[in-house]
Design a protein around this ligand. Structure first.
Ligand code: ADP
Ligand code: MG
Length: 636
């Protein structure tokens, strides 16, 4: 038996470990299962290259709870350690690593998440255990060893009679950590961190139908059939899938495999993803993974943190901020890269060169995938557009590189369900939709129902009307206007529309100058000028007497502010302003002018204004009540 002192300069490692590794006690299990996995994979490698002359077999890592003994066991069939190796790896190396770590970090306060990256993985066991035992038998022909440590710098190391190869770690769970003796808690942790680790992990047993047994069906004398129950057998409960889809070659996977894996990742998610992107590089950095585009429609509140980050199949985090570009954090799936430094702060991470490359690689792969989907099956791509546009639009706004690439596949749907690329749209409208300065005017609606009458009148003039209804569309429009030459967007109910050069701009007003002046004064005396700006216009059609439009600029600024645009607070406080366009050629205007009594004139104007407001959804509350009352009076 050897007795000695672990080479560390503090009196008791408990305070040290609890202090520095406090935030996330649960990761001890991840660390120990990772060590067991490493030990197994090392042995596999040694047998492969002929350096270990033992049967590798079909090794399993077992996690076992001994509730009564208050112990948790992690047992592997890996390469094991000789007594000398325990001295070397457990007693010395880990602690020189610990000292180095202490030197480096003794002054900083926030040191969570650092475990395992400093060779401290094993010692995380002391976060939950008051005593730890290692019973280990090397694959080499040497006696087994038994190491025990209660968290003080003293350990014991003595021979053990263990005969099977491998290592058993026994944690004597501390009083304040008894949650880790609960089956449900351990099961939850294994499922969170170890679900896709490369060596099978057994946790308990389960009952399944015996595949060897076919239940017999018998008929009684009345001809009634009864089938005997399936015979049950007890098998190991393996909690992980050691060969998850992302570790395979894309060529070896079918669509069904990708859907299957999606369900494995998100068992509670019933909707199928739209498509996936298989990431696979090994130079200049190592990264594999599968990203899924879920259906998103217009919901901006989509849950983020759905992408899981792994390192060599060990779950690390579901916060991929800084690694995956912001607009893609709405996707789902898995990224596995051993090259992402995780022991650093998020802000440092964003500045890290390797991480930047990873982020732009992911952006490029996503853009390439979208482009090939568009090129290979445009119809299908159009059908999916509504569900993916939010990510694409968000990407165009936030990543310049993506904006450039997106030109090739971004679609501009019309209110009639046609889909144009920018180029197609441009060619379609260039002859017909320009303003007085020669700028191309792109008309759009944001709500087909609410803007129905405006859409109809634009279509009557042969204009194309786009349907742009995502919540960030005003930002995108602003961006497009500033990057493309000579274009301007105008919402169908906005005042910009008036800038369009009308094909027959020769309509003559029925009113002479005096009548026009009188009408103008009359209107302004009735319509409140703090809310409405009155404009007279001679229209060809006599049908629409009053129309309300909203100043494009003001509306857009307000929208942008509502969806997060800095520095635009001032617009939010501005009162709503609308234009009232009065058609001097309409019959109603003639009637207003012809009415004898002043109150008749006023009543007609108020009623017309209210009708115009009603069609814009602007009439509410008391004003709406009064309008209805007035209307009943009129038809009495
Ligand atoms: P790291 O895993 O980063 O090397 P750890 O503190 O987790 O640091 O483990 C220290 C060392 O102890 C390992 O490198 C390994 O040599 C040895 N070790 C730990 N657990 C096992 C195990 N289950 N089987 C064999 N060796 C182990
Ligand atoms: Mg480790």
């Amino acid at each position: 038996m050897t007795k000695g002192n672990i080479n560390v300069s503090v009196e008791n490692i408990f305070p040290l470990i609890k202090k520095f590794l406090y935030s996330d006690h649960e990761i001890f299990l991840r660390e120990l299962v990772s060590n067991a996995t490493d030990a197994t994979l090392k042995l596999k490698h040694l047998t492969n290259i002929g350096d270990a002359k033992v049967e590798y077999g079909n090794p399993v890592i077992e996690v076992k709870i001994d509730k009564e003994g208050k112990k948790l066991h992690i047992i592997d069939q890996g390469l094991g350690m000789t007594a000398d190796e325990v001295e070397k790896y457990i007693n010395q190396v880990a602690f020189s690593g610990a000292e180095e770590f202490l030197d480096k970090y003794k002054d900083s306060a926030k040191d969570s998440g650092i475990i395992g990256h400093f060779g401290l993985g094993f010692y995380s066991a002391f976060m939950v255990a008051e005593k730890v035992e290692i019973i280990t038998k090397s694959f080499k022909d040497e006696p087994a060893a038994h190491w025990t440590c209660d968290g003080s710098p003293e350990f014991t190391l003595e021979p053990s009679d263990k005969t099977e190869r491998g290592t058993e770690i026994i944690l004597h769970i501390a009083e304040d950590s008894t949650e880790f003796l609960e089956e449900s808690r351990i099961s939850e942790l294994l499922n969170k961190y170890n679900k896709f680790m490369p060596v099978s992990i057994k946790f308990g047993t389960k009952q399944i139908n015996d595949p060897e047994h076919t239940p017999e069906t018998t008929k009684d004398k009345d001809g009634k059939e009864t089938t005997e129950p399936h015979r049950q057998i007890t098998v190991d409960n393996i909690i992980n899938n050691p060969n998850p889809a992302w570790t395979k070659q894309p060529a070896d996977l079918k669509d069904e495999d990708y859907s299957q894996f999606y369900r494995e990742l998100y068992p509670m998610q019933f909707e199928e993803p739209l498509f996936n992107i298989h990431l696979n590089v090994d130079y200049p950095f190592n990264l594999t993974g599968i990203l899924y585009f879920p259906k998103m429609s217009n919901d901006m509140q989509i849950q983020k943190d759905k992408i899981q980050l792994y390192q060599n199949q060990v779950f690390v985090t579901d916060n991929v901020e800084g690694i995956v570009p912001e607009f893609l954090t709405m996707l789902r799936g898995v990224i596995d890269s051993p090259d992402i430094p995780l022991n650093v702060s998020r802000s440092y991470l964003q500045a890290d060169g390797a991480v930047k490359k990873i982020s732009s690689y992911i952006t490029r792969k996503v853009a390439d995938k979208l482009k090939s989907l568009f090129n290979n099956n445009r119809e299908d791509f159009e059908a999916k557009w509504n569900d993916i546009k939010i990510v694409i639009e968000y990407g165009m706004l936030s990543e310049e590189k993506f904006f450039e690439k997106a030109e090739a596949f971004t679609l501009y749907p019309t209110v009639d369900g046609k889909y144009y690329t920018y180029e197609e749209l441009f060619n379609k409208i260039k002859a017909n939709q320009t303003d007085k300065d020669g700028k191309l005017v792109i008309l759009y609606a944001s709500d087909k129902d609410a803007q129905h009458s405006y859409i109809e009148s634009a279509k009557a003039k042969d204009y194309e009307v786009l349907l742009l209804d995502s919540p960030i569309v005003s930002h995108l429009i602003q961006k497009l206007e500033s990057t493309k030459d000579n274009i301007t967007f105008a919402r169908v109910d906005g005042d910009h529309v008036n800038n369009l050069i009308k094909k027959d701009d020769t309509t003559i007003s029925k009113l002479d100058e005096d009548q026009t002046k009188a009408l103008d004064e009359l209107l302004k005396s009735v319509i409140p000028s703090d809310k409405f700006q009155v404009q007279l216009e001679a229209m060809e059609s006599t049908e629409t007497p009053f129309t309300i439009t909203q100043p494009e600029f003001m509306r857009r600024m307000k929208e942008m502010q509502a969806t997060g645009g800095g520095g635009m607070q001032m617009f939010g406080n501005m009162p709503e302003m609308y234009n009232v366009i009065v058609n001097t050629n309409s019959k109603l205007v003639s009637d207003i002018l012809a009415a004898e009594a002043k109150e008749d004139k006023e009543r007609l104007i108020t009623q017309s204004l209210d009708l115009a407001r009603l069609s814009q959804g602007l009439l509410k509350g008391e004003e709406l009540t009064n309008f209805i009352k007035r209307s009943y009076d009129m038809i009495k």
